[in-house]
Write a protein that binds this ligand. Structure first.
Ligand SMILES: C[S@@+](CC[C@H](N)C(=O)[O-])C[C@H]1O[C@@H](n2cnc3c(N)ncnc32)[C@H](O)[C@@H]1O
Length: 314
C-alpha cells in the first residue's frame, strides 16, 4: 500500500455510510448512490445517526453562509471525496458563484469517471457552459471545478485554486469534513495560515474528531493504524479549545466549536424524532460516546461585519 492509500480509502467508508443512511431514509440525497457503490455490511444505527448529525450540521452552516452572502461567494471543499453538495445546492437554487472540490488524484479520477457515467451529474455541470473541460482526474465547468491536489503541499493547492479561477476578493467558505485529521499538523497550520492571509473575507467549517486523548481515542487510532490509515493531525483533536486555537494562532479573527453531542440536541427535534424511529437502537450510550468524540469547529474573518461571526449551527 502506498502511504496515502489508507487515507484515500476513508472516502469509500464515508460515502458508503452516507449511502446506507440515505437508503434508510435518514435524509434525502438522490446523488450519493450515483457516486458510490452499496456497502455489503449492515451498519449499526448509531453510525447512521452520527452521519445524520454530521451531514445536517455541515449543510446548515453551508446554507447559512450562502444565504448571508446572497450567494455572491465561493465554496471550496477540501478533501471533498464523493460529496454531493454541488448537485443538491443546484436543486435548491442556493448556489454560489463557484464551487471547487479538491482531493487526491485517485479520488477525483474516480469521481470524474462516475460523473461521466451519469448523465444527470454531467448535465448539471455542462448545462451552464458548453466549454466544460474534462481530463482523467479533473473537471472545469463554469461554476464547478473538481481538481486533484495534495492538501499537504501548499503550492499544489494554490496552483489548483488559481486554475479554478478563484477570486480572493469574494467571500469564500472553506469546508473540510473529516479531512484535516489525516494531515500533518504543520502542513495544516501552513494551509490555514495561507487561507487567512490570502482571503480577506472567509469562513472555515471543520468537522472532525475531538476529545481524542482517552481510551476511545486510543482504540480509534489503533483501528485505523491497522488499516494503514494514520491520524497525523490528531494533536489538534484533543479538545474544543485545541480545535479553535489552531485557527486563532494563524490569523483567523474568531473561532467557535461544539461537540456533536451538543449539536445533536440542537438540531430540529421534529426531524431528530423522525430519524430516531427509523431503526431500533438499544444502547443510547454508544451514540453518546460517538457523538462526544466528534465536533464541528468554525472560524471566520469578517472585517466588513457581514455577519459571518454570528453564524452558528443552532
Ligand atoms: C473521511 S474522507 C471524507 C470525504 C468527504 N469530505 C466526506 O465527508 O464525505 C477524507 C477525505 O480526505 C481526503 N484527503 C485526506 N488527506 C488529503 C490530502 N493530503 N490531500 C487531498 N485529499 C486528502 C481523502 O482522500 C478523502 O477523500
Amino acid at each position: 500500500m502506498a502511504s496515502d492509500d489508507g487515507v484515500i480509502l476513508t472516502n469509500d467508508d464515508a460515502a458508503q455510510c452516507k449511502r446506507y443512511a440515505v437508503e434508510k431514509k435518514y435524509w434525502s440525497d438522490p446523488y450519493i448512490s450515483l457516486l458510490t457503490s452499496r456497502s455489503s455490511a449492515k451498519h449499526a444505527p448509531e453510525i447512521s445517526r452520527g452521519y445524520y448529525a454530521r451531514v445536517t450540521a455541515m449543510r446548515k452552516l453551508l446554507h447559512k453562509f450562502l444565504m448571508l452572502t446572497d450567494r455572491n461567494c465561493q465554496v471550496v471543499n477540501l478533501g471533498a471525496g464523493s460529496d454531493t453538495n454541488y448537485w443538491l445546492l443546484k436543486e435548491l437554487d442556493l448556489f454560489p458563484k463557484s464551487f471547487i472540490e479538491m482531493d487526491f488524484k485517485s479520488v477525483t479520477a474516480r469521481k470524474v469517471a462516475q460523473i461521466k457515467r451519469h448523465e444527470v451529474l454531467l448535465q448539471t455541470i455542462a448545462s451552464e457552459d458548453e466549454d466544460i473541460r474534462l481530463s482523467k482526474s479533473e473537471i472545469h465547468g463554469s461554476d464547478y471545478h473538481l481538481v486533484d491536489a495534495d492538501l499537504s503541499i501548499l503550492s499544489q493547492v494554490e496552483k489548483k485554486l488559481h486554475e479554478s479561477g478563484i477570486d480572493k476578493n469574494l467571500p469564500t467558505l472553506f469546508m473540510a469534513e473529516c479531512v484535516l485529521v489525516y494531515i500533518d499538523n504543520l502542513k495544516t497550520k501552513e494551509l490555514l495560515k495561507w487561507i487567512a492571509d490570502q482571503f480577506p473575507v472567509a469562513m472555515f467549517i471543520n468537522y472532525e474528531q475531538v476529545n481524542m486523548a482517552d481510551r476511545f481515542g486510543d482504540i480509534m487510532i489503533e483501528n485505523l493504524k491497522s488499516r494503514d490509515c494514520f491520524l497525523a493531525g490528531v494533536e489538534h483533536c484533543k479538545s474544543l479549545e485545541t480545535q479553535k486555537q489552531r485557527f486563532l494562532d494563524v490569523g483567523w479573527e474568531g473561532a467557535d466549536a461544539m461537540e456533536m453531542l451538543q449539536i445533536y440536541k440542537c438540531l430540529p427535534q421534529v426531524d431528530v424524532h423522525r430519524i430516531e424511529r427509523l431503526e431500533f437502537m438499544d444502547e443510547k450510550e454508544l451514540l453518546e460516546q460517538l457523538l462526544s468524540h466528534y465536533c464541528l469547529a468554525w472560524a471566520w474573518k469578517d472585517p466588513n461585519n457581514l455577519g459571518i461571526a454570528a453564524l452558528d449551527v443552532t
